[in-house]
Design a protein around this ligand. Structure first.
Ligand SMILES: Nc1ncnc2c1ncn2[C@@H]1O[C@H](COP(=O)(O)OP(=O)(O)OP(=O)(O)O)[C@@H](O)[C@H]1O
Ligand SMILES: [Mg+2]
Length: 434
């Protein structure tokens, strides 16, 4: 019996046994929502006897090999007029070692990890993500926002952790919260009523003396029927021109509008943790320039990141995203910090080298730009963790807002220094490039 993971390798083996299929290419392997496969070709081959014989043989072999993961004999082959159009679909990716054969994977979720929006040139969007929750991501984001604002930046902060919101309460006292939040906008947008909430979904934190911290919370001062709204935020929307707009696209539209209205110099986005649909929209759908991957050392962290990196590699998307990634070493313990950091760096390097860095053949002499790869000890490498230290002053904080208003710059630097320096450098470098 064939399981899901064997579908593509078995299909690749079949196509390789039929080299003549190259003349029929392009062929699309369509893997539907249930994980059943069919093959789609240009309609001109339907009546071509030689091509038909080849395709029928492939279809028979595929049905035998894939069992329940193949469509029935009548539905296995499909002939379509505009095959080239389907191949340029964003989610299509090449079947490994089979020239001219592409896979289109239909997923039940819309946040597609392999659909990667290029980085924006207008605003610097920085996403804070982690595989595991509770690693100090939101706290680090708030501290970064505060330091950037102290340096005169106009920082926009978005709480995209809609299922477990908390960032805004750490930056805003109750009486400064706006009436609405991201969930309200996404729900009102479904009935073309988002303008009503747009005017009152951003609040300024009074923490910043030099610059600004603008906060867009997940929900407003009174969350209202939050669960009922949350059950609808992920909906796609039928646009006026009949085109469907996916919810990650709606989210992007919201962010574009907020930026247009509030003109921030930097945008910090608190993503949901884990390989989750909402997280995928933040990482791959918002055109972020920097994606911070918070990591505490442990199997769960590295298994998770490896799954994600491998998905990008298999889907042929690595080059579109890898240069925006950066590991952050979260909550580096007080005791044994050096050893812990070294192990974290080693495991990060293993994952990057296996999945994201270019392989450099032994003995090869390369000039700059030939390949994208880093030594394990290269401090400028994306696998080299920007350290955030565990600090008792931040453990089990009730109100970060209260903490930030009394804390000194030195203490913040001692805990978050390398992260904040890294973010500032990436903002400045990118700004020069624009
Ligand atoms: N550097 C730190 N040192 C010690 N404790 C910390 C540090 N950063 C955060 N904490 C504490 O750890 C807990 C989790 O922090 P935080 O909410 O920032 O994590 P998170 O990764 O955003 O979690 P979630 O996944 O739930 O959103 C909080 O109690 C916080 O006060
Ligand atoms: Mg959080």
């Amino acid at each position: 019996m064939t399981t899901f993971d064997e579908i593509l390798p078995k299909l690749a083996a079949i196509f390789q046994r039929h080299p003549d299929v190259a003349s029929i290419a392009p062929i699309l392997v369509n893997r539907d929502l249930n994980g059943r496969v069919r093959l789609i070709m240009d309609e001109k081959w339907e009546t071509n006897p030689a091509a038909r014989a080849e395709l029928d043989a492939i279809a028979r072999e595929a049905r035998d090999a894939l069992g329940p993961h193949a469509h029935s004999a009548e539905q296995m082959l499909m002939f379509e007029p505009n095959i080239e159009g389907s191949i340029t679909e964003e989610s299509a990716f090449p079947l490994e070692d089979c020239a001219g054969i592409n896979v289109v994977d239909r997923l039940a979720m819309e946040g597609d990890w392999a659909k990667i929006t290029p980085p924006l040139t207008t605003a610097q969007r920085i996403v804070f993500f982690s595989i595991k929750g509770g690693v100090g991501r939101s706290t680090a984001l708030a501290a970064t926002a505060w330091v950037l604002a102290e340096r005169g930046e106009r920082v926009l902060v978005l709480d995209m952790d809609l299922e477990s919101p908390g960032l805004s309460s750490s930056l805003l006292p109750q009486d400064r919260r706006p009436a609405y939040g991201i969930a309200d906008w996404l729900v009102e947008d479904l009935v073309d009523n988002s303008e009503l909430v747009f005017a009152d979904m951003v609040a300024t934190s009074e923490l910043s003396r030099n610059g600004d911290i603008l906060v867009v919370p997940a929900h407003g001062k009174d969350p209202g029927e939050y669960l009922s709204k949350l059950g609808r935020v992920w909906m796609s929307k039928a646009g006026r021109n009949g085109q469907r707009e996916s919810w990650p696209e709606r989210l992007r539209r919201l962010l574009d509008r907020v930026e247009e209205r509030w003109r921030p110099s930097v945008v910090l986005i608190d993503s949901r943790a884990g390989i989750d649909e909402a997280a995928s929209a933040c990482l791959t759908g918002l055109g972020a320039s920097t994606i911070l991957l918070f990591a505490i050392d442990g199997d769960q962290t590295w298994t998770g990141y490896r799954m994600l990196f491998r998905h990008w590699r298999k889907a042929g998307r690595v080059r579109e995203i890898r240069e925006r990634l950066q590991i952050v070493g979260a909550m580096i313990p007080e005791t044994g910090a050096d050893k812990y950091f070294e192990e974290l760096r080693e495991r990060a390097w293993d994952a990057f080298a296996d999945e994201l860095y270019d392989e450099i053949p032994a003995g090869a002499i390369l000039s700059e730009g030939d390949s994208w790869s880093f030594d394990q000890s290269d401090e400028s490498a994306p696998h080299y963790p920007w350290a955030v230290r565990w600090h008792r002053g931040f453990a089990a904080l009730q109100s970060l807002h209260g903490k930030l208003s009394v804390i000194g710059r030195d203490e913040i630097n001692a805990v978050f220094g390398p992260l904040i320096e890294g973010v500032m450098a990436s903002v400045e470098i990118d700004r020069d490039a624009v």
